[in-house]
Design a protein around this ligand. Structure first.
Ligand SMILES: NC(=O)C1=CN([C@@H]2O[C@H](COP(=O)(O)OP(=O)(O)OC[C@H]3O[C@@H](n4cnc5c(N)ncnc54)[C@H](O)[C@@H]3O)[C@@H](O)[C@H]2O)C=CC1
Ligand SMILES: O=C(O)[C@H]1O[C@H](OP(=O)(O)OP(=O)(O)OC[C@H]2O[C@@H](n3ccc(=O)[nH]c3=O)[C@H](O)[C@@H]2O)[C@H](O)[C@@H](O)[C@@H]1O
Length: 447
């Protein structure tokens, strides 16, 4: 079982495929996007992920990995097939299963002519009921084969974080295996035992529906922690000498709470937490379950941008015509991904208020230009000091490490006013103040 196919070579699928090959599996990756496949076969990852290009080049050279657009070819050359296609949400919160349905059709057609037993593993995030109701059904219909007899099926959620994908794949906190039957689960567990060797993490073997729900419950809980601390930040900011960072430390040291995911800021973005939360709310409601708690997580997130605007108004008054430098456009540091980025939402809100925007990001400038096309008065800068020139304020919207070492003396020389709004708590307030800046930290009381 060391011949593996990975279908869908995006932010999650490509690092996983490359990691498997790095550990000696023979991997064929499939993507419908010809340009992506061409780039990958040249050793260039279409998505940014630290160290991924080096690992990719290594496995291509060792002949352990190749990419193709043909599902049939990949299935012919593999025993285990991991499915990593996108599952975005539609405007009404329901999942868009087009990519998954297409991939299942392709797998079904390919299995039709196959003699041997193959294991199909759904790794895309899908709502409870989807693996058996959509993937199994389509594969059986297209192939004429029977799940559990001719092919195996697992749902195995992925918990990697973008920007830390390889680290998370090599060091997962747990492996959740939702199995159609014991044989399917045994095969998948043996793949991971081979992959992790001595460092095998805890394994949870469960039903497919539980595995599907575990993924949504995990992401909703993480989102809840972020919204919770953002609500506390709003309170702390309004109390003389209040400081959310100290409150987060104070509660985070309780092992029942934990400090992770208690960094207050502009809110959570990205391709997963918001979409998964919306989908879970829709599922809960469809089952007649009151989803107020989940809805409140989204509501706090959506209104968190107002907190940054409020600080800007306190510093500058009416924002119309004010020139504002927004530093950081990616949904978090370490990625070029701007999907559902709170910083992008902030830029759009400021543009609507009539502000003149200067925008900077170390990696996500091109992606940001695409999503901000035609939005108000926005200029893009690859140099942070050029970005701040003539501005009335700097807003740190994404916590890129690069912004930690800003030289405020140099920034101050060319800015119209010396104001910094720190939405991610990475600016040294004392240093900024010494250079004559008025510092406002989100969640921190300011006179
Ligand atoms: N991005 C992340 O950090 C994580 C994502 N996930 C889940 O993994 C899934 C994939 O997410 P991403 O990698 O972010 O999406 P993505 O959009 O970056 O990648 C999906 C890839 O699948 C390809 N594709 C679409 N239809 C196809 C088909 N029929 N056959 C072959 N390839 C096809 C697309 O061209 C694209 O390259 C989603 O369900 C997501 O929720 C889970 C954990 C982490
Ligand atoms: O299902 C997924 O795709 C993934 O979603 C998240 O990973 P990711 O979207 O890469 O990003 P996170 O590191 O979780 O950050 C999400 C957002 O929350 C924000 N955040 C995170 C932590 C925090 O303390 N405060 C905070 O505002 C980040 O800035 C970012 O906008 C989960 O962390 C992964 O476990 C999961 O696999």
């Amino acid at each position: 079982m060391d011949r593996v196919a990975v279908i869908g070579l995006g932010y999650a699928g490509l690092p996983f495929a490359v990691a498997l090959a790095h550990r000696g599996f023979k991997v064929v990756g499939v993507d419908t996007d010809e340009e992506k496949v061409e780039l990958i076969n040249k050793g260039v990852s279409p998505v940014y992920e630290p160290a991924l290009n080096d690992y990719l080049k290594g496995v291509l050279e060792r002949g352990l990995f190749k990419a193709t657009t043909s599902v049939a070819k990949a299935i012919e050359e593999s025993d285990v097939v991991f499915v990593f296609v996108g599952t975005p949400t539609k405007a009404d919160g329901s999942l868009d299963l087009t990519q998954l349905e297409n991939a299942s059709e392709d797998i079904g057609r390919a299995l039709k002519d196959e003699g041997g037993y193959k294991l199909i593993v759904v790794r895309s995030t899908v709502l409870p009921g989807t693996t058996e109701g959509v993937v199994k059904r389509i594969i059986e219909e297209r192939s004429g084969k029977i799940c559990g007899r001719d092919f195996g099926l697992c749902m195995n959620p992925e918990f990697l974080r973008e920007g830390k994908a390889l680290y998370d794949i090599f060091n997962p906190a747990r492996i959740v295996i939702g199995e159609y039957d014991k044989r399917s689960g045994d095969i998948l567990e043996s793949v991971y035992r081979r992959f992790h060797g001595e460092k095998m993490p805890p394994v949870i073997r469960t039903s497919i529906v539980n595995a599907e729900l575990i993924k949504y419950a995990a992401n909703a809980f993480l989102a809840m922690k972020v919204s919770f601390i953002n609500l506390i930040a709003r309170i702390a900011q309004r109390l003389p000498r209040g400081d959310v960072i100290e409150v987060a430390s104070g509660i985070g040291l309780d092992p029942r709470i934990g400090r992770d995911f208690l960094d207050a800021g502009l809110g959570f973005g990205g391709s997963c937490l918001p979409k998964d939360l919306r989908a879970l709310i829709k599922l809960a409601k469809s089952l007649g379950v009151d989803a107020k708690l989940l809805e409140a997580i989204l509501e706090v997130n959506e209104t968190q941008i107002d907190e940054a605007l409020e600080l800007l108004r306190r510093a500058l008054g009416d924002l119309r015509g004010k020139r504002i430098a927004v530093l950081g456009l990616a949904f978090k540091p370490g990625t070029d991904d701007v999907r559902e980025s709170q910083s992008i939402k902030l830029v759009k809100r400021l543009a609507k208020e009539g502000a003149v925007l200067h925008a900077h990001d170390p990696l996500a400038l091109d992606a940001a230009k695409r999503v901000l096309q035609g939005i108000g008065n926005v200029a893009f800068f690859s140099d942070v000091y050029e970005c701040a020139r003539r501005c009335d304020a700097i807003v740190v919207a994404t916590d890129w490490g690069d912004y930690r070492n800003l030289c405020f003396e140099r920034l101050g020389e060319t800015m119209a006013r010396r104001v910094v709004i720190d939405c991610r708590h990475i600016i040294d307030a004392v240093k900024a103040s010494k250079a004559g800046f008025k510092y406002y930290g989100l969640g921190i009381y300011t006179e």
